[in-house]
Design a protein around this ligand. Sequence first.
Ligand SMILES: Cc1cc2nc3c(=O)[nH]c(=O)nc-3n(C[C@H](O)[C@H](O)[C@H](O)COP(=O)(O)OP(=O)(O)OC[C@H]3O[C@@H](n4cnc5c(N)ncnc54)[C@H](O)[C@@H]3O)c2cc1C
Length: 439
Amino acid sequence: MDNYDVVVIGAGISGLLSALALSREGKSVLILEKEDYVGGVCRSYEVDGYRLDTGPHAITRLENGPFKELMNRYFDVIPQFVPFGKYYVRIGSEIKPFPWNINAWFSFGLLPKTDRLLLMKSLFNALYMLTNGTDLSTIPISDLLPQNISINSKRFINWLCYFTVGTSVENTSVSRFIDNKTNKGDSIRYIGKLYDLLISEGATDQGYPKGGLQSIINSILTSFPENKVKIKTNEEVINIQCNGKIEKVITKENSYDCNTMIYSGFASNLPKLVDNLPTNYVENLLSIKNVNSLTIWLGLTKKIFKNYGSQMWIDSDPFAWVVPTTNYDPTLAPNGNQLVGFAFTLPDEYNASKMRKQAFNAILEIEPEIEKHIDMIHYQNLIPEKASWSINSGFGDVKTPIKNLYCVGTDTEKRSAGVSRAAYSVLRCLKIMKSDGNL
Ligand SMILES: Cc1cc2nc3c(=O)[nH]c(=O)nc-3n(C[C@H](O)[C@H](O)[C@H](O)COP(=O)(O)OP(=O)(O)OC[C@H]3O[C@@H](n4cnc5c(N)ncnc54)[C@H](O)[C@@H]3O)c2cc1C
């Protein structure tokens, strides 16, 4: 198989899902991956007998979302998901389930009652502004926050912004929180949002893949039709040649003729790979800001985190999301030990070793008992989203100015986040390729 219908650059989940869909639709596909492994930031590996994921993951919208749609359409083997459980909010030593609806919000004793009332008022103001036709994509959440709320209430909102958008309340647009699963037109969207707000039971459609993230990647790989997909690792693409349309792709070692290409690396790197892109297109790509994260994985000789679910640490510095993955699948650690991922969001610029120390100290400050039970420690500095949906920064798109060159990944589609966002981008790419006559 030397000639391919499509070349996919990058074997992260968006590149692999694209290759699976296209090969299932009858295309032959070549995947070029610069690393010596596939999966990008959605995979697992072993450290001292523990199976670690690339950051703790909740796979979202599993009942009725884009990833489910791709699994139904193209997977031979569906990974087994177990419920992700509750999200617990932790402030000091107090822990309570996340308040998903109004009822829970009014009895959510971790934040002062007056703050909860004031925040509710701000939320209804935002919803009113929406129905009014106000463009909320340029209004930061901080503009709508009441002035006199407590530090904990401010940190609670900031935590949500950092972990859902990857940036602070000052840079998060109000519209980011109006993103809705239905996506069926505005009036239904708002009604859906209000419905969620009033009676939602929380994240009931989220799961963790048994065996770790790697089982998702393995399901994709085993679902490739025979002789339709070739993956080449250690093949970094350094130039994409076009003459009105895509013609050739050059890697450090080889070159490949190419008619149609899907690029799943950083959209902000595209101008380095393709010459003569339009200036305004390049300017937008260069203004994209990615999200930085640090995960500390601890293997513990004692089960410290007993609740089934994850914890949102509001008063740790930096903010943390704590996910004991062995509560979902005990086989991820040896001898009944507990494996816990502590994910921290990081600023745009940071000193890696300083942040590691600070984050580790934050863990011990909140849960000092951990120190005498550490059996394994492993650090990961990774980029969860290639673009944060923040105010005043750019965002990529699936379509490009070059005929037959498409982009997928978390910097090309604004809906949702992480794996769901990657899946939305792939579905959109397939739709556009169809309307371009390439599928
Ligand atoms: C700490 C952390 C927590 C997360 N939590 C969640 C969560 O709870 N829920 C969720 O859904 N998601 C979560 N995610 C995010 C999710 O894992 C990612 O959004 C998703 O895996 C991104 O996939 P991708 O294919 O778009 O990008 P990537 O995985 O970055 O893949 C891009 C691939 O392209 C390759 N590449 C780039 N340039 C080139 C080139 N020039 N030539 C060849 N190859 C190239 C790269 O090596 C890489 O393999 C989390 C991620 C992290 C790090």
